[in-house]
Design a protein around this ligand. Structure first.
Ligand SMILES: CCCCCCCCCC(=O)SCCNC(=O)CCNC(=O)[C@H](O)C(C)(C)COP(=O)(O)OP(=O)(O)OC[C@H]1O[C@@H](n2cnc3c(N)ncnc32)[C@H](O)[C@@H]1OP(=O)(O)O
Length: 194
């Protein structure tokens, strides 16, 4: 079974996404947007350490290796962890638009179990934009980038201002992230202005 709810169907006046002129070149690794992000940060020992790479247009590819820390059933990836991999990959697309956005809705199809030790090969694209709403889809394959589909994700991200994080996040982490010496990470989190 597959499908998405009406909330994930772009409205008739939605437009195709526009890749930002200063977006990372196709093939370039995006790096972590935040050291302590559970999806991509190097500072999370049990995190996914997902590595995303810019593609053509508004697309990315990403890889995530399932470790014993990511189990749900014995020997198999937890469905929530797989949703995290989809969410993180989809979220990284927004850097190609140079927009700060958060997940409003994420739907997933779990097609095949994903064993521990597997590399999940993800690809994602923004399909449409309507005002603050960014529509995107992702696919995760196992056994190689052209292997069988294990998971699919469909998302609606909502553009937010930096105040979203300042008003809602804990001050200590916000301060630390704002002082991050890594300029690119700081820009991705806080300095993107449409
Ligand atoms: C460095 C940058 C950060 C990168 C992070 C990457 C990590 C991966 C991504 C994540 O996991 S983000 C964390 C998980 N997400 C959240 O914590 C978001 C929590 N939700 C919110 O903060 C607010 O609900 C949200 C900002 C998404 C929307 O609130 P707003 O008050 O700004 O918007 P509003 O409710 O007015 O909705 C704007 C439009 O979006 C639509 N919308 C909002 N939420 C929706 C939803 N859940 N489903 C469908 N549509 C939704 C809404 O109907 C409306 O459509 P229209 O413009 O057509 O009227």
């Amino acid at each position: 079974m597959t499908g998405t709810s009406a909330a994930l169907t772009p409205p008739a006046d939605a437009i195709p996404p526009v890749r930002h002129p200063e977006a990372p070149a196709p093939g370039e690794l995006l790096g972590a947007h935040y050291e302590h992000c559970f999806g991509c940060g190097g500072g999370q020992p049990h995190g996914l350490h997902l590595a995303a790479r810019a593609g053509e247009g508004v697309t990315v590819t990403a890889e995530f290796t399932v470790t014993p820390d990511h189990q749900g059933a014995p020997g198999l990836a937890h469905g929530g962890v797989l949703a995290t991999a989809l969410d993180e990959t989809l979220g990284s697309l927004n850097w190609l638009l140079r927009v700060i956005a958060v997940t409003g809705r994420l739907e997933t199809d779990y097609v095949r179990p994903v064993p521990v030790g597997t590399v999940l090969h993800l690809e994602a694209e923004v399909t449409a934009v309507s005002g603050r709403k960014i529509y995107s889809t992702a696919t995760g394959r196992i056994g190689g980038p052209d292997g069988p589909v294990a998971v699919r994700g469909y998302a609606l991200f909502i553009e937010v201002k930096v105040d979203h994080f300042i008003d809602n996040g804990r001050p200590e982490e916000i301060q630390a992230a704002m002082s991050d010496p890594d300029q690119v990470r700081r820009a991705r989190a806080f300095e993107v202005n449409p």
